[in-house]
Ligand binder design. Structure first.
Ligand code: GLU
Length: 468
């Protein structure tokens, strides 16, 4: 049994053997550069003082700032944050987002705290980061992760700005902010949408699909999603909207199944109203949540936490494609079992990179101090209108109102963000596939993704001139 960080190191080592980098460079790429482990006291609503355990790990500064989310979970520990920070480095490298990797964690179950207590914890955590120079638009830029969202990012921003008055680019100290605080349209759904784009791209590759005995395309495929948080919810939504059938959704209290499909939005409302996904109309209950992962399906999307599929349950999993929306959902033992059985595992560190990709767009927006599309939207619309009018005059024919609307439309922020995300996921998928398919000694897509990441970070280190 390996720790999460050891699992990441093992996958790294396996891929490193297939590269030509010298040992020293590989050791530097793999190492966590800075680890900040902290304890601080917070007074709770009932007057009690609680000592909070928290971390921020900067895995690599080969590019700055470092980037990665902050999670609130009672499972947080240093090993986990180190593993997640490492994955961020490789993830950013693969999708060509110019950041080093980092991750933060606060060891609390947010359900056990009031909003006011959570605000105090988040603000105190942020001021600890400021004190040690572990946060800033050019240093280290946190974002949402498991158990955090826009609200926490607002608290981080406000605390940072109050401690660093007059810093012109301070809005770029954190991403995943609400729009009103400098956030970007499309960040919330970015990870789920990126997962969808990545899986769709693989499903559109005839040679790959033939190998696993599936037809090409997303339409009609049976999908199981684990997790109804931000990532799982949006994965389910995009698969459903594009013709897949989401036959089961699992949460920690249980899972629900309906072969005709489950609407994630209705299920979300049901869970909010009743406190559980169970007893959802027209669906059958699965009391032991993990059993849902073992149902017959084409695509399985674990979108919750790490290590949910291990050597024990992997042999019972029937999916032909596993899309890792969560970070580290498969243990190395599970990985080996799937590789042997020919199950296609699309690895986390590029598949869930949509979040950090759109975070990059948000950070750029903050540094440029202007919303995407503000300058060119109207110009494009006027120009398209002129072109269309000219064509109509020359041909003597009128285009329909619908065509006018579609063709004349100038890009809004959301159009540009989605387009940037789609392009990023498609090119990353193709790049990794090219590496995999062109080298017969690479056993699986995860190893290909690692080879891709190691080469990119290796080149960056070499160009920094640290290694003679
Ligand atoms: N927490 C997300 C991840 O694991 C997003 C990180 C970010 O946007 O910086 O990739």
């Amino acid at each position: 049994m390996y720790s999460f960080f050891e699992s990441v190191e093992r996958s790294f080592d396996k891929a490193a053997l297939l590269t030509n980098w010298e040992k020293g460079i590989l050791a530097q790429i793999k190492a966590c550069n800075s680890i900040y482990s902290m304890r601080f006291p917070v007074k709770m609503d009932d007057g009690r003082i609680e000592v909070i355990e928290a971390y921020r790990v900067q895995h690599s500064q080969h590019k700055t700032p470092c980037k990665g989310g902050i999670r609130f979970s009672s499972e947080v520990n240093q090993d986990e944050v180190m593993a997640l920070a490492s994955l961020m480095t490789y993830k950013c490298a693969i999708v060509n987002v110019p950041f080093g990797g980092a991750k933060g964690g606060i060891k609390i179950n947010p359900r056990n705290y009031s909003a006011y207590e959570l605000e105090k914890i988040t603000r105190r955590y942020t001021s600890e980061l400021v004190k040690k120079n572990f946060i800033g638009p050019g240093i280290d830029v946190p974002a949402p992760d498991y158990g955090t969202g826009e609200r926490e990012m607002s608290w981080i921003l406000d605390t940072y700005q109050s401690l660093k008055p007059g810093e012109i680019d301070s809005a770029g100290c954190v991403t995943g902010k609400p729009i009103s605080q400098g956030g970007v349209h499309g960040r919330k759904e970015a990870t789920g949408l990126g997962v969808f784009f990545g899986v769709r791209e693989v499903c559109n590759m005839p040679n790959v699909m033939q190998k696993i005995g599936l037809t090409t395309g997303i339409k009609g495929k049976n999908v199981i999603v684990q997790g109804l948080g931000n990532v799982g919810y949006h994965c389910a939504k995009y698969f459903r909207e594009n013709g897949a059938i989401v036959i089961a959704i699992a949460e920690y209290e249980g899972a629900v199944y309906n072969e005709k499909g489950i609407n994630e939005e209705e299920l979300f409302k049901h869970r909010k109203a009743t406190g559980s996904v169970l007893n959802f109309p027209d669906a059958s209950n699965i009391q032991v949540s993990t059993e849902a992962l073992e149902l017959e399906c084409d695509i399985l999307i674990p979108a919750a936490l790490e290590n949910v599929i291990d050597g024990n349950n992997a042999p019972r999993i029937k999916a032909k494609i596993i899309g890792e929306a969560a970070n580290g959902p498969l243990t190395p033992e599970a990985d080996a079992i799937f590789a042997e059985r020919g199950v296609m595992v699309i690895p986390d560190m590029y598949l869930n990179a949509g979040g950090v990709t759109v975070s990059y767009f948000e950070w750029l927006k903050n540094l440029s101090h202007v919303r995407y599309g503000r300058l060119e939207k109207r110009f494009t619309e006027n120009m398209n209108h002129h072109i269309l009018s000219e064509i109509e005059e020359l041909t003597g024919k009128k285009a329909s109102d619908k065509a006018h609307k579609l063709i004349e439309h100038g890009a809004d922020e959301i159009d540009l963000v989605y387009s940037g995300l789609e392009e990023t996921m498609i090119s990353a998928t193709q790049e990794i596939m090219d590496i995999w398919l062109s080298n017969p000694s690479i056993p699986d897509m995860r190893t290909a993704a690692y080879v891709c990441a190691i080469n990119k970070v290796g080149v960056a280190y070499k160009e920094l001139g640290i290694f003679p």
